[in-house]
Design a protein around this ligand. Structure first.
Ligand code: AHR
Length: 306
């Protein structure tokens, strides 16, 4: 559950604050750390919020428990980033029955009933995968190319969508083949472990497509341990563009990164204020993402916020 104690429409001195229960996916990646910081730095008392924040450690049951406890506390608004897409209808119905509006951030749910939440703010993950795939086609697609894929958390929107987007971008090119694909759960450790297995089983890997920077950074460790040069012997394309990823891109160990902007706090704060004020909000707010090759990363890195 939450950790702020005084949630809900508690009386006393914080009567004007908007109480928010936020259930975060976990702390699996550099992206997630930047996202958590953005939310905690924005939903402050100074800005008019009383935030209860909980980390679900990448477990849906923990998120459902946290949301139930926010409902029991009677918070003004519940916000969360669903670890996987499916299985949310029951708890969202409970929030609706309690008249507590829900805002989705970063990842969405596959619920058919759109009245179960007010708004979803986050990136277009299919487009991110397409952008990654298009770069591979345009830059490496003229010769046979064996690709291994490090997928995000099984059932998570960014894993499902980034896989689909990449596949659709490479579809028309018979040179490009995905020869192995496995989840690395968006973490550096699992990215390294899965890449070690890929290297043992496949003597001829040309490119790693990792659904986030952290798994790509884990793959770099495995490639170097195998005596190969990441970015040269085996090319690497990832998604996120957090600082560690951008540094590896500048160092020539990664070849291309599609951004996923984690700084959702300010927009989330605005949406919550509108919802509480009864103003209409957009059902879907798409966050704009850039993309970086090695030269663009060298230019962007010095002023990178996360
Ligand atoms: O949902 C966004 C994804 O989750 C990020 O790309 C990844 O790094 C994080 O774990």
């Amino acid at each position: 559950g939450g950790d702020a104690g005084a949630g809900g429409d508690s009386g006393g001195g914080d009567g004007d604050l908007i109480s928010v229960g936020f259930s975060q996916v976990g702390a699996e990646s550099g992206w997630r750390a930047a996202n958590t910081k953005s939310i905690q730095d924005t939903l402050t008392e100074e800005n008019g919020f009383d935030l209860s924040f909980s980390d679900a450690q990448q477990k849906q049951e923990n998120q459902i428990q946290a949301i139930r406890s926010y409902i029991a506390q009677g918070v003004d608004v519940i916000a969360f980033s669903p670890v996987v897409e499916s299985g949310w209808d029951a708890v969202l119905e409970e929030a609706k029955a309690a008249d507590i509006p829900v805002v989705l951030t970063d990842r969405s749910v596959d619920s058919q009933d759109e009245t179960l939440y007010e708004s979803f703010i986050g990136s277009d993950f299919v487009l991110e995968g397409e952008t990654a795939g298009k770069w591979v086609v345009d830059n490496l697609g003229s010769e046979p190319l064996n690709v291994v894929e490090l997928q995000g958390t099984t059932g998570a929107a960014p894993a499902v969508d980034r896989k689909a987007g990449f596949e659709s971008a490479i579809e028309g090119n018979p040179n490009i083949k995905i020869i192995a694909s496995q989840t690395g759960n968006f973490t550096r450790t699992e990215g390294r472990q899965v890449m070690e297995g890929f290297l043992q089983a496949n003597p001829d890997i040309d490119l790693v497509y990792a659904h986030n920077d952290d798994m790509g950074l884990g793959a770099i460790e495995a490639i170097e341990a195998a005596g190969l040069q990441p970015g040269v012997d085996i090319k690497i394309v990832t998604i996120d563009a957090v600082k560690d990823g951008m540094q590896a891109l500048v160092d020539g160990k990664i070849n291309y990164i599609v951004e996923c902007n984690p700084l959702l706090g300010p927009d989330l704060a605005d949406i919550i204020k509108d919802v509480v004020a009864g103003n209409p909000v957009e059902k879907r707010i798409v966050v704009e993402d850039k993309a970086f090759d090695q030269a663009a990363a060298a230019e962007a890195l010095p002023t990178r916020e996360y």
